[in-house]
Design a binder for this molecule. Structure first.
Ligand code: HEC
Ligand code: HEC
Length: 218
């Protein structure tokens, strides 16, 4: 618990100054308003083969949605794949094909300006327990684990000026589960200050499924 307390204080600090942090340091250099979405449409043809022409995944079991995701977040993730800070056999190879920062900015701007991802709400019991976790956290993490604190109401993040916290509401369920498990196991480690790993390590596999069921429907 003591360790969680220290992290929580650090995170609270980061969250409160997030607007500045996200654009100047953490997102790796893409500011709001940068990138040419029109040019990005053509430059992202390869990406559209998996992520869809409008950023809605063509295979929900494998590929994430990018529609309406913050440009700064997309920029950071692709850069992380390029640098080896995040690894996936398929996506790491795709990231390597984007050779200029300008192209990446244009591509990120294109997907960010597509109609934002939106799921279909599930009324299941599982989704209900996921909703509680999303809003209140769980026993192990306390309110530190409440997703809403960082991912915002409905999981739509804190706005494009704070791309530190991605849109997760309406994301594909299978992808959400995979990412939470990757953070939990330590396969994915590119989260600033280890914020997401701290949360994911405090979730059971059952809780991961429940929260994914709820979040995918937002
Ligand atoms: C052959 C299929 C394929 C293509 C083409 C592809 N991707 Fe991906 N992409 C993936 C997969 C699979 C993942 C999920 C990786 C994981 O599980 O961590 C992913 C993940 C991502 C993510 C992370 C999303 C998030 O929410 O964190 C971004 C951003 C992304 N891709 C951008 C791109 C861009 C930009 C291009 C074009 C240059 C591209 N992708 C081309 C398969 C593809
Ligand atoms: C203390 C802040 C914080 C809390 C609380 C938090 N997250 Fe996150 N989350 C983040 C950050 C920051 C990232 C982006 C990591 C990166 O840049 O790669 C993230 C990323 C994610 C991703 C990956 C998104 C993608 O597109 O790949 C998922 C899924 C996620 N969070 C789900 C959750 C869920 C579910 C909860 C609640 C159980 C939660 N988060 C609670 C900060 C938080």
């Amino acid at each position: 618990m003591k360790k969680i307390g220290i992290y929580a204080a650090l995170i609270t600090m980061m969250v409160s100054v997030g607007g500045v942090n996200a654009e100047t340091t953490i997102a790796g250099g893409m500011s709001t308003g940068e990138g040419d979405a029109k040019a990005g449409k053509t430059k992202s043809e390869l990406c559209q083969g998996c992520h869809g022409a409008d950023g809605i995944s063509l295979d929900p079991t494998t590929f994430p949605n990018l529609a309406g995701q913050f440009a700064g977040y997309i920029f950071k993730q692709v850069q992380d794949f390029q640098l080896g800070n995040r690894n996936d056999d398929t996506m790491s190879a795709m990231a390597a094909t984007v050779t200029s920062r300008e192209d990446l900015k244009d591509i990120a701007a294109y997907f960010a300006t597509r109609k934002q991802m939106k799921g279909k709400a599930s009324r299941s019991k599982v989704a209900k327990s996921g909703a509680k976790l999303f809003k209140d956290g769980n026993k192990k993490l306390g309110s530190y684990g409440a997703c809403i604190r960082c991912h915002g109401e409905k999981g739509k993040g804190k706005g494009k000026n704070n791309s530190l916290f991605p849109v997760i509401g309406g994301q594909q369920k299978a992808y959400l589960i995979k990412q939470l498990k990757d953070f939990k196991s330590g396969k994915r480690t590119n989260d600033p200050a280890g914020m997401m790993a701290m949360v994911a390590k405090g979730l059971s596999n059952k809780e991961i499924k429940a929260v994914a069921e709820y979040v995918a429907g937002l």
